[in-house]
Ligand binder design. Structure first.
Ligand code: ADP
Ligand code: MG
Length: 425
């Protein structure tokens, strides 16, 4: 431990040059660090004082690499893991392989080691580890390594965009979108931003009991002037890890938006938040079509009747032809089992529209009515209701985590990049 003796207690401020160039904030990612030594934990905790880290949710834990492996056997992985190891260079790749087996595909990894070893460095980088830093380093080096990964020119946008659209007005699309967003934020503990794109009539504000300023409309109107700081001001916090850009819900003006008017705000959101949920109104116009063409995942929410079936089929066919190389839209059947209503079975519905059925939400007027009137999510009104499992399963599906286990992690995962490359090599 003798080489851990440099003074790291003083958090480093960004240099004048950083400030002058407007050094960009690191997005709202979740970072978990697994340290072997308390000095390393202190080092990482002091990095959080850097201005660029102000949006990051960071926690430090004991146990180093083994501790991380143990933890992620039963917990979802964050956007970034920092892991300290003083294992012999020859052992590190194998340990990382065991870590990779319990991590999500999108999770990134920075290794903090104690030996300068060029061969090890090359092997780790080749196997997909994002960075290998040799301790001791200062907090600034940590922040810069993270910055390099998430904000550098050319860094992939971190956010996955997931749009929900109803096959008919009132189908329950917003309800599903909000509850799924909630489930993702609470299960994965990653930041989710909801964009309520139904500018005149949106319900996100009501459903989360928020009465904020005009969130999304102001963001769209600001257009080119829109930046990170302004976005932060317009967002309202609905829960831990869950933010909203609400609709203004005013009829004082009409919103005749151009095809690409939401584009910039969606892209900005995507560069700042790991998961962006778009609550798209049941409309068919230029910007709806354009948005559906551009986002990562589309979920069609439909009630099990004939008009919904016809519309869902039209939406699905159009989306598939607009984006032939992308994943097909998914289907959620909503308000299923309404008393006395003749219904089309979910399987029959899904096979007619040729979409993967990822959830069936039962009709429950009492429960959904109470939640809506209270401005709460179903999980807040009835934490143990089975419907929450449906929302969670939909959330895991649209975030790329198939059939979720208790940790919200899929069983048929793609391997994390830091293992994939290694196997291929
Ligand atoms: N599974 C359900 N059971 C009972 N009522 C529901 C259910 N899902 C949604 N609702 C209610 O249906 C109405 C319309 O839902 P909403 O999500 O606003 O639809 P959309 O966004 O598709 O227009 C709301 O009053 C909502 O509370
Ligand atoms: Mg709606």
């Amino acid at each position: 431990m003798s080489f851990l003796n440099q003074d790291r207690k003083v958090p480093e401020e960004p240099s004048a040059a950083d400030v002058a160039t407007g050094a960009r904030l690191i997005p709202r990612i979740t970072i978990q660090a697994f340290c072997e030594h308390s000095q390393t934990a202190q080092l990482i905790e002091s990095a959080i004082h850097d201005r660029r880290m102000s949006k990051v949710a960071l926690t430090t834990h004991n146990g180093g690499l083994e501790g991380a492996i143990e933890t992620y056997r039963s917990n979802p992985t964050p956007n970034l893991i920092l892991v300290e190891t003083s294992a012999a260079p020859a052992d590190i790749p194998n340990q990382l392989e065991r870590l990779a087996e319990v991590c999500d595909a999108a999770t990134r990894l920075i290794v903090l080691g104690h030996v300068t070893d060029v061969l090890l460095y090359r092997e780790l980088i080749r196997s997909g580890v994002s960075e290998y830093l040799v301790l001791p380093v200062g907090p600034k080096a940590i922040v810069e390594a993270i910055s390099e990964l998430f904000v550098a020119e050319g860094a992939a946008p971190i956010g996955r965009t997931i749009g929900f659209i109803g096959a008919k007005g009132g189908a329950g699309s917003s309800t599903v979108a909000h509850n799924v967003a909630w489930a993702i934020s609470q299960t994965l503990r990653q930041d989710v931003l909801i964009l309520d794109m139904d500018l005149p009539f949106g319900t996100a504000g009501l459903n989360f009991n928020q009465d904020p300023p005009h969130g999304l409309a102001d963001a769209v109107m600001a257009n080119q002037k829109m930046d990170q700081t302004m976005l932060d001001r317009l967002m309202s916090k609905a829960a831990n890890h869950l933010n909203l850009l609400t609709a203004p819900v005013t009829l004082d003006r009409t919103f005749d938006l151009g095809e690409r008017e939401f584009e910039q705000i969606v892209e900005l959101s995507q560069s700042l938040t790991p998961i962006v949920v778009l609550d798209i109104p049941h409309q068919w116009n230029g910007w709806v079509k354009h948005t559906l063409a551009a986002i990562d995942e589309i979920v069609i929410v439909a009630e099990p009747d004939l008009a919904n079936l016809r519309n869902a089929k039209n939406i699905a066919d159009t989306v598939k032809s607009m984006r032939p190389t992308e994943a097909k839209p998914s289907l959620v059947i909503s308000q299923q089992g309404m008393p006395r209503r003749p219904e089309i079975s979910a399987d029959e519905f899904a096979s007619s529209v040729e979409c993967k059925l990822i959830g069936q939400v039962p009709f429950d007027a009492q429960l959904f009515g109470t939640a809506a009137n209270n401005g709460q999510m179903i999980a807040e009104v009835a934490a143990n209701n089975k419907i929450n499992e449906v929302f969670r399963a939909v959330g895991m599906h649209v975030t790329g985590r198939a059939a979720p286990d208790a940790a919200g992690r899929g069983t048929s995962l793609k391997l994390p990049s830091f293992l994939k490359v290694r196997r291929r090599a």
